[in-house]
Design a protein around this ligand. Structure first.
Ligand code: FES
Length: 104
């Protein structure tokens, strides 16, 4: 079975050290850029309904803006309380100046 890639954003719209919320196919995702690498995750914190694109990106992690829980952007694992449930992440590739996300 082949991977289906969805066009999510212009690569230039994902700024280093920040996140954006966007549509990839039928799904809403959050995109983050850090150190030249782009990550895609579900848009909402697993602890509540906070938008993670409004959080603080540091290295390859994002801090939730509501209660300061942190997630690893590469694999979605929770890094500190109060978050205990992993965040879903998606494979990303950059091609033709666009960010493509594999929703699987
Ligand atoms: S809503 Fe994100 S840590 Fe509580």
């Amino acid at each position: 079975m082949s991977i289906e890639w969805s066009n999510a954003a212009a690569a230039e719209d994902v700024w280093d050290g920040a996140g954006i919320e966007t549509q990839a196919g039928e799904r809403t995702v959050a995109l983050f850029r850090s150190g030249g690498q782009v990550f895609a995750t579900d848009p909402l914190c697993t602890h509540g309904n906070a938008r993670l694109c409004d959080g603080f990106v540091e290295g390859t992690s994002v801090e939730c803006p509501l209660h300061q829980g942190r997630f690893d952007l590469a694999d979605g694992r929770p890094l500190c309380e109060p978050v205990t449930e992993a965040l879903r992440t998606y494979p990303v590739r950059i091609e033709g100046g666009r960010v493509w996300v594999a929703l699987g």
